[in-house]
Ligand binder design. Sequence first.
Ligand code: ZN
Length: 618
Amino acid sequence: MKKAKYLILSALFMASFSGFAQKEYKFSVDLTKPQDDKLTVELETPPLRGKSVIYHLPRIVPGTYSINNYGSYVSNFKAFDKNGKELKVEKLDKNSWRIAKAKKLSRLSYQIDDTWDTPEIEEDVFEPSGTNIEEGKVFVLNTFGLFGYFQGMDRLPYRVNITKPTGFYGSTPLVNQNKDGNQDLFVTEDYHELADSPMMYNRPDTVWLKVGNADILVSVFSPNDKFATKDLAADIKPTLEAQKNYLGGTLPIDKYAFIIYMSDDQNLTRYGALEHSKSSFYYLPETFSAAQLSKSIKDIAAHEFFHIITPLNIHSEEIGDFDFINPKMSRHLWLYEGLTEYASHHAQLRAGIIDLTTYLERQADKVESARTRFTDSLSFTAMSSDVLEKYKDEYSNVYEKGALIGLSLDLRLRQLSGGKYGTQDLMRDLAKIYGKDKSFKDAELFDKITELTYPEIRDFFRRYVEGGEPLPLKELFAAIGIDFVAMGQKQEVEKAFGVSFALLPGTRSILISSTEEETDLSKRLGLEELDQIVQLNGQPFDADTYATVLQDYEENYKLGDEVSFTVQRKMPDNEIKEVKLTADLQAVTVPFPTFTPLDSATPQQLALRESWMGRMAQ
Ligand SMILES: [Zn+2]
């Protein structure tokens, strides 16, 4: 994401000749003085020319594939000349301000609200790509939510000065140039590097890991101290070791930061992470159990960390020279997100962190999601190119079908090469040809991969990635002695009730508002509409407790366990009676994709499977 050394060289050249001030942005933010949950951003501008100039905050940033309008969170925008006289500013749209008399401009000042808790601003910014201000506690500074650039001048250097509260530490992939006192100074080559570097300021709980030759920072903010960084670091470390081996024994980075914010929001509906070149930022529920968090952090960290390969080191021009206002979308989300997701699970399989059964179960989930939640016949390249508008709702299929495309490509390559070449080799070859500063042309990638591999691969891309044919999983898995049945059957413990809950008006009590979609379990229990729930499994059940009670049920109840409801029910004679309803959990058969390793697999099939798994199947 960093290019165009030309601009910087020419800027230095001018500076040395004319004695002008250094052409750079000088930002400062004081975290000790938020006002009304807002931070003030000050900019000493680089020397400007021309009649007017346009200042932008991003409309969109790399990796989110959605429109966020960070300018919507800006208020009180002011421009000044060197004598402190205010200059005229015109707001052009959500993310753009035109300042008249550019030549006189010397300073900008504005306030930013945080994206996490400003519901009156109607943008939907996913938390890992947002900002959060909690005075005296924590500041989440995704830098693109605070700092902007002048149109056409995003390749100048940046100096960012942050005044922090005493005892606070800024976790970021950037190196602090000022180690004294409460002032941090960060210098970046350009806006792209700054935007690629999130910061979290809080009283530190950090651990440094060494993986290969890379220094890895893990920093966690857990508001109620429920989770400690050392435990999360212990979960992350084996995953990173597995990835290092998967990538051929070395990592293409020397420093990396995992910045993790745990939210104690009881009504949290979404969580996740955003990748950067040398870091990733996580927004995870502090209400998770230790086991849930351990699994999530392993899976999400594995995915985000793999982004150090693509799109960060293998990408098209659309990403290499990212336009923060009007980006063109690349057609290769199957590569950036799909292959990344595939590799994150495949590396765990190869390292023995998960076994083949678990791996195949996860793939079955992906097959089921891809076909029930998304349009399976949609061309993946068409979806990618139009993901911001037309196919917005199809985006999440990158983690489902996108990953299955990666899996299918890997198996096809191994089939064609007799087990000698797979997607790991392909990524290594592509990384050699391209890189952080060398983009591929979007339209040429499939031909390039075909050139590197086999003519048959062009046909694979044409039919299953550009076209909308269902992936040939049956045939590909047959080659490694595993039987895939798209419409198989699986046994699962039926735990869902299929009833709707509602609040009893004016109270914290919960009642059953509909049993229209009740499950067999609900029928066996005998739940009825308008039953007011008093207890579930012996625990009080109301608006304040239901989330934890349901979570406990979801996590801990197994086949054969007794489920109990205590409800208040209106009897035919209008009398209200307390009734206890019980039923045992039973298994049901549901249609589901299945993968079954065959006992009758031939030595050739087993050899190919072994090449894919990196070891013998247990
Ligand atoms: Zn991703």
